[in-house]
Design a protein around this ligand. Structure first.
Ligand code: PLP
Length: 395
């Protein structure tokens, strides 16, 4: 197990020492031929597994036809993709972008334009309520309202117009809403924060508040959406439909970056030709893959797997020693490691030595998010490795 010497790669990541060369389903193989079970799935970008055959086939077929047109012209893939995605979300319109951060930025622009043009907020006063502990991406505007010092510090000056309240506290949102509030931007489950689930009823309260106070509810489902939690969207857990979905990660099928903002005409229709765009957003290759992702989700089988195997994962985790807290939804878990067993990083390194890829977040937390194609027996094997990795003497 040696890591590639990425001498000329900037130091913005601290990877675990494994150099992955090939992937297949829930498994990857390093450059020396050692196999690992992938329990991170590219932070949920690989919900359908590595080299999912249907997704790869769709991409390969499209690669032989057309890859990029720019939005200066129509292409024959964007219409079918957006029809299907709008239907999946039960909304009218889709604005395609590439990365998650771009979807969030687009959502912010939509909310502000809606605030001025529909709600009637005075110029440059629009406010967006966000949650403490959020992660919405890495642009300068987005890191401005992050309270994670690593994401935030030394990247100012920060864009105004955001108000942060404690996550999970709907009363705090209610108190923060005023006439200038355009939107509430929330992760239905905070992923990077360590798979933090809000109290039951939180999303419903946000929905009610947003409707009652004429504010947009923007759900950042970039990591929580598209099957991860045992439903199509994490908002489905409370039967809630936000005004705006922000989607990314798994929307690109683990093949290329595809993101989208999905909302109804009365909201997303505020953006007029020329006011927003992206050279690559909505390109035919991305649209083909995105359409296939939506088709995979339409069957419901990935959501069902995530629900059933998620219960299996939860039950297995509850039997382990050396864990101080488990937060989970579907095949997605944040596991807090008892400090006497080591840091999250140390446990991740021990798992690596045992053939399991997982990643720590915020010091003591291990994030577990296997591809939804993983089998119960593979999950059991990973849990056995975790049991061993939590026993420092057995490293
Ligand atoms: C990953 C993530 C983003 C940013 O996505 P990128 O594709 O890395 O820009 C935004 N919001 C949430 C909730 C995420 O998990």
């Amino acid at each position: 197990m040696t890591a590639a010497h990425e001498v000329h790669v900037a130091h913005n990541y601290h990877p675990l020492p494994v150099t992955i060369a090939t992937g297949d389903g829930a498994w990857v193989t390093d450059s020396e031929g050692k196999r690992y079970l992938d329990m991170l799935s590219g932070y949920s970008a690989l919900n359908f597994g590595h080299l999912n055959s249907e997704l790869v086939q769709a991409a390969q077929d499209q690669l032989a036809r057309l890859t990029l047109t720019s939005r200066a012209f129509y292409n024959d893939q964007l219409g079918p993709f957006t029809d299907a995605l709008a239907a999946l979300c039960k909304k009218d319109l889709v604005l395609p972008m590439n990365t998650g951060a771009e979807a969030v930025e687009t959502g912010i622009k939509v909310a502000r334009a809606w605030g001025y043009r529909v709600k009637g907020i005075a110029a440059d006063r629009a406010k967006i309520i966000v949650a403490e502990g959020n992660f919405h991406g890495r642009t300068t505007t987005i890191v401005g309202f992050s309270d994670d010092p690593q994401a935030h510090n030394d990247f100012g000056p920060y864009a105004p117009g955001f108000v942060a309240v404690p996550y999970g506290d709907a009363d705090a949102i209610e108190a923060a809403i005023d006439d200038d509030t355009a939107a509430i931007l929330i992760e239905p489950i905070q992923g990077e924060g360590g798979v933090v689930l809000p109290p039951e009823g939180y999303l419903r309260r946000i929905r009610e508040l947003a409707t009652a106070r004429n504010v947009l509810f923007i759900a950042d489902e970039i990591q929580s959406g598209l099957g991860r939690v045992g439903e199509t969207f994490a908002c489905d857990r409370e039967g809630v439909v936000p005004d705006v979905y922000l989607l990314g990660k798994a929307l690109g099928g683990g093949i290329l970056p595809v993101s989208a903002v999905v909302a109804n005409e009365d909201v997303l229709g505020v953006i007029r030709p020329g006011e927003h765009g992206s050279t690559f957003g909505g390109n035919p290759l991305a649209a083909t893959v995105g359409l296939k992702v939506v088709e995979l989700l339409q069957s419901g089988r990935f959501q069902e797997r995530s629900r059933q195997l998620g219960e299996h994962l939860r039950a297995g985790l509850e039997k382990l020693d050396g864990i101080t807290a488990i937060r989970s939804a579907g095949l997605w878990a944040g596991v807090d490691i008892d400090p006497s067993r080591g840091t999250g990083r140390e446990v991740a390194e021990r798992l690596l030595a045992r053939g399991v890829l997982a990643k720590d977040t915020h010091g003591q937390t291990l994030r577990i998010a296997p591809p939804l194609v993983i089998r119960a027996t593979e999950l059991d094997w990973a849990l056995e490795q975790l049991a061993q990795a939590l026993t420092p003497s057995a490293r």
